[in-house]
Design a protein around this ligand. Structure first.
Ligand code: FMN
Length: 187
Protein backbone atom coordinates (compact mmCIF):
# COMPACT_ATOMS: atom_id res chain seq x y z
CA UNK A 1 0.00 0.00 0.00
CA UNK A 2 1.17 3.55 -0.72
CA UNK A 3 1.07 6.18 2.08
CA UNK A 4 -0.11 9.80 1.67
CA UNK A 5 0.17 12.75 4.06
CA UNK A 6 -3.11 13.85 5.76
CA UNK A 7 -5.54 15.50 3.33
CA UNK A 8 -9.32 16.10 3.35
CA UNK A 9 -9.99 13.02 1.25
CA UNK A 10 -13.37 11.94 2.52
CA UNK A 11 -15.03 10.41 -0.51
CA UNK A 12 -17.26 11.33 -2.16
CA UNK A 13 -17.73 14.99 -1.26
CA UNK A 14 -20.97 16.83 -2.08
CA UNK A 15 -20.97 19.88 -4.33
CA UNK A 16 -23.08 22.24 -2.22
CA UNK A 17 -24.30 25.58 -3.56
CA UNK A 18 -24.83 27.99 -0.69
CA UNK A 19 -27.33 30.74 -1.48
CA UNK A 20 -27.50 33.96 0.55
CA UNK A 21 -28.72 37.57 0.28
CA UNK A 22 -26.41 40.53 0.86
CA UNK A 23 -27.43 43.68 2.75
CA UNK A 24 -29.23 45.06 -0.32
CA UNK A 25 -31.10 41.80 -0.89
CA UNK A 26 -28.93 40.86 -3.88
CA UNK A 27 -28.61 37.07 -4.19
CA UNK A 28 -25.21 35.39 -4.06
CA UNK A 29 -24.03 31.80 -4.29
CA UNK A 30 -20.81 29.94 -3.55
CA UNK A 31 -19.62 26.38 -4.04
CA UNK A 32 -18.67 24.31 -0.96
CA UNK A 33 -17.38 20.77 -0.85
CA UNK A 34 -16.31 20.61 2.79
CA UNK A 35 -19.73 20.01 4.21
CA UNK A 36 -22.38 17.47 5.06
CA UNK A 37 -24.64 16.15 7.77
CA UNK A 38 -24.10 17.42 11.32
CA UNK A 39 -27.19 15.98 13.01
CA UNK A 40 -30.75 14.86 12.20
CA UNK A 41 -31.97 18.31 11.08
CA UNK A 42 -28.58 19.98 10.80
CA UNK A 43 -25.82 20.52 8.28
CA UNK A 44 -22.21 21.67 8.67
CA UNK A 45 -19.91 23.47 6.26
CA UNK A 46 -16.31 24.53 6.77
CA UNK A 47 -16.09 28.09 5.44
CA UNK A 48 -13.28 30.49 4.66
CA UNK A 49 -13.87 34.25 4.66
CA UNK A 50 -16.18 35.11 1.74
CA UNK A 51 -18.92 37.51 0.63
CA UNK A 52 -21.15 34.57 1.64
CA UNK A 53 -19.91 34.55 5.25
CA UNK A 54 -20.65 38.29 5.52
CA UNK A 55 -24.17 37.57 4.22
CA UNK A 56 -24.63 34.69 6.66
CA UNK A 57 -23.67 36.92 9.58
CA UNK A 58 -26.14 39.55 8.37
CA UNK A 59 -29.14 37.39 7.41
CA UNK A 60 -28.73 34.29 9.59
CA UNK A 61 -30.09 32.15 6.78
CA UNK A 62 -29.04 30.30 3.65
CA UNK A 63 -30.09 27.69 1.12
CA UNK A 64 -28.12 24.63 0.16
CA UNK A 65 -28.61 23.14 -3.30
CA UNK A 66 -26.92 20.07 -4.77
CA UNK A 67 -25.02 20.75 -7.98
CA UNK A 68 -25.92 18.72 -11.06
CA UNK A 69 -24.48 18.02 -14.50
CA UNK A 70 -26.84 20.68 -15.92
CA UNK A 71 -25.66 23.31 -13.42
CA UNK A 72 -21.98 22.23 -13.37
CA UNK A 73 -20.34 25.11 -15.26
CA UNK A 74 -22.10 27.84 -13.28
CA UNK A 75 -21.66 25.87 -10.03
CA UNK A 76 -17.90 25.85 -10.62
CA UNK A 77 -18.05 29.54 -11.60
CA UNK A 78 -19.60 30.54 -8.26
CA UNK A 79 -16.72 28.66 -6.61
CA UNK A 80 -13.97 30.56 -8.39
CA UNK A 81 -15.40 34.10 -8.53
CA UNK A 82 -16.34 36.18 -5.49
CA UNK A 83 -19.25 38.60 -5.33
CA UNK A 84 -16.71 40.91 -3.69
CA UNK A 85 -15.13 41.33 -7.15
CA UNK A 86 -18.03 40.55 -9.52
CA UNK A 87 -21.29 42.33 -8.67
CA UNK A 88 -23.08 40.55 -11.55
CA UNK A 89 -22.06 37.10 -10.32
CA UNK A 90 -25.54 35.58 -10.20
CA UNK A 91 -26.67 37.21 -13.46
CA UNK A 92 -23.70 35.49 -15.14
CA UNK A 93 -24.87 32.05 -13.96
CA UNK A 94 -28.19 32.48 -15.77
CA UNK A 95 -29.93 30.90 -12.77
CA UNK A 96 -33.54 31.71 -11.95
CA UNK A 97 -33.92 33.13 -8.43
CA UNK A 98 -36.95 33.08 -6.12
CA UNK A 99 -37.07 33.98 -2.45
CA UNK A 100 -37.45 31.08 -0.04
CA UNK A 101 -40.84 31.04 1.71
CA UNK A 102 -39.21 29.81 4.92
CA UNK A 103 -35.90 31.67 5.34
CA UNK A 104 -34.44 34.96 4.13
CA UNK A 105 -32.34 33.38 1.37
CA UNK A 106 -32.61 32.79 -2.39
CA UNK A 107 -33.64 29.53 -4.05
CA UNK A 108 -32.13 28.85 -7.48
CA UNK A 109 -34.85 26.91 -9.26
CA UNK A 110 -32.39 25.36 -11.73
CA UNK A 111 -31.46 22.88 -8.98
CA UNK A 112 -33.73 19.87 -8.36
CA UNK A 113 -33.31 19.78 -4.57
CA UNK A 114 -32.67 22.60 -2.07
CA UNK A 115 -32.46 22.71 1.72
CA UNK A 116 -33.68 25.92 3.37
CA UNK A 117 -31.63 26.60 6.50
CA UNK A 118 -31.20 28.95 9.43
CA UNK A 119 -27.76 29.61 10.91
CA UNK A 120 -27.77 27.71 14.20
CA UNK A 121 -24.25 28.51 15.34
CA UNK A 122 -20.71 29.09 14.13
CA UNK A 123 -17.74 27.26 15.61
CA UNK A 124 -13.97 27.90 15.64
CA UNK A 125 -14.47 31.41 14.31
CA UNK A 126 -11.29 33.35 13.43
CA UNK A 127 -10.11 35.70 10.66
CA UNK A 128 -9.87 32.84 8.18
CA UNK A 129 -13.50 31.72 8.60
CA UNK A 130 -15.60 29.34 10.66
CA UNK A 131 -17.55 26.09 10.80
CA UNK A 132 -21.17 26.82 9.95
CA UNK A 133 -23.88 24.76 11.63
CA UNK A 134 -27.28 25.18 9.96
CA UNK A 135 -30.73 24.01 10.97
CA UNK A 136 -32.75 22.65 8.07
CA UNK A 137 -36.23 24.20 8.31
CA UNK A 138 -37.64 23.01 4.99
CA UNK A 139 -36.67 21.11 1.83
CA UNK A 140 -37.97 21.81 -1.67
CA UNK A 141 -37.79 19.43 -4.62
CA UNK A 142 -38.85 20.30 -8.17
CA UNK A 143 -41.93 18.21 -9.04
CA UNK A 144 -40.29 16.60 -12.10
CA UNK A 145 -37.61 15.07 -9.87
CA UNK A 146 -40.00 13.16 -7.63
CA UNK A 147 -40.24 9.38 -7.84
CA UNK A 148 -43.54 7.46 -7.91
CA UNK A 149 -43.50 7.21 -4.09
CA UNK A 150 -43.53 11.03 -3.88
CA UNK A 151 -39.97 11.30 -2.54
CA UNK A 152 -37.04 12.99 -4.34
CA UNK A 153 -35.48 10.64 -6.91
CA UNK A 154 -31.76 11.38 -6.84
CA UNK A 155 -31.02 9.05 -9.76
CA UNK A 156 -33.02 11.43 -11.99
CA UNK A 157 -31.15 14.56 -10.89
CA UNK A 158 -27.68 14.13 -12.39
CA UNK A 159 -26.11 15.10 -9.07
CA UNK A 160 -22.33 15.61 -9.11
CA UNK A 161 -19.72 14.93 -6.42
CA UNK A 162 -16.32 16.52 -5.91
CA UNK A 163 -13.18 14.42 -6.15
CA UNK A 164 -10.63 16.19 -3.89
CA UNK A 165 -7.78 14.03 -5.18
CA UNK A 166 -7.85 15.15 -8.82
CA UNK A 167 -10.15 18.18 -8.36
CA UNK A 168 -12.81 16.74 -10.63
CA UNK A 169 -16.59 16.60 -10.69
CA UNK A 170 -18.02 13.10 -10.95
CA UNK A 171 -21.63 12.25 -11.68
CA UNK A 172 -23.44 10.13 -9.11
CA UNK A 173 -24.14 6.68 -10.52
CA UNK A 174 -26.88 4.08 -10.26
CA UNK A 175 -28.40 2.32 -7.27
CA UNK A 176 -26.39 -0.82 -6.46
CA UNK A 177 -27.94 -1.96 -3.20
CA UNK A 178 -30.46 -1.41 -0.42
CA UNK A 179 -29.16 0.12 2.83
CA UNK A 180 -30.03 -1.47 6.19
CA UNK A 181 -31.02 -4.58 4.24
CA UNK A 182 -28.33 -6.08 2.02
CA UNK A 183 -26.06 -6.85 4.99
CA UNK A 184 -28.79 -9.07 6.42
CA UNK A 185 -27.57 -11.96 4.29
CA UNK A 186 -24.36 -12.17 6.36
CA UNK A 187 -26.16 -12.26 9.72
C1 FMN B 1 -15.12 22.63 -5.90
C2 FMN B 1 -15.05 23.79 -4.93
C3 FMN B 1 -15.24 23.55 -3.59
C4 FMN B 1 -15.16 24.59 -2.66
N1 FMN B 1 -15.37 24.31 -1.34
C5 FMN B 1 -15.31 25.32 -0.43
C6 FMN B 1 -15.58 25.05 0.95
O1 FMN B 1 -15.93 23.93 1.34
N2 FMN B 1 -15.44 26.09 1.82
C7 FMN B 1 -15.07 27.36 1.42
O2 FMN B 1 -14.97 28.25 2.26
N3 FMN B 1 -14.86 27.65 0.11
C8 FMN B 1 -14.98 26.67 -0.82
N4 FMN B 1 -14.78 26.95 -2.15
C9 FMN B 1 -14.41 28.33 -2.57
C10 FMN B 1 -15.60 29.32 -2.64
O3 FMN B 1 -16.70 28.77 -3.33
C11 FMN B 1 -15.10 30.60 -3.37
O4 FMN B 1 -14.10 31.23 -2.60
C12 FMN B 1 -16.21 31.57 -3.78
O5 FMN B 1 -15.71 32.44 -4.76
C13 FMN B 1 -16.75 32.42 -2.63
O6 FMN B 1 -17.72 33.29 -3.16
P1 FMN B 1 -18.25 34.61 -2.42
O7 FMN B 1 -17.04 35.42 -1.97
O8 FMN B 1 -19.06 35.33 -3.47
O9 FMN B 1 -19.07 34.16 -1.26
C14 FMN B 1 -14.87 25.92 -3.09
C15 FMN B 1 -14.70 26.15 -4.48
C16 FMN B 1 -14.80 25.11 -5.38
C17 FMN B 1 -14.62 25.38 -6.86
Amino acid sequence: MKNFSPKPWTLPQPVLILGTYDKEGTPNAMNAAWGGTWDTNEVMISLGSHATTENLDLQGAFTLAFATVDTLVASDYVGIVSAKKEPNKIAKTGWNVVKSEHVNAPIFTNFPLTLECKVKETLNRDQSGYMLIGEIVNIVCQENFLSTDGLPDIEKMGIICYNPIHHEYIQLGKKVGQAFHDGEQLK
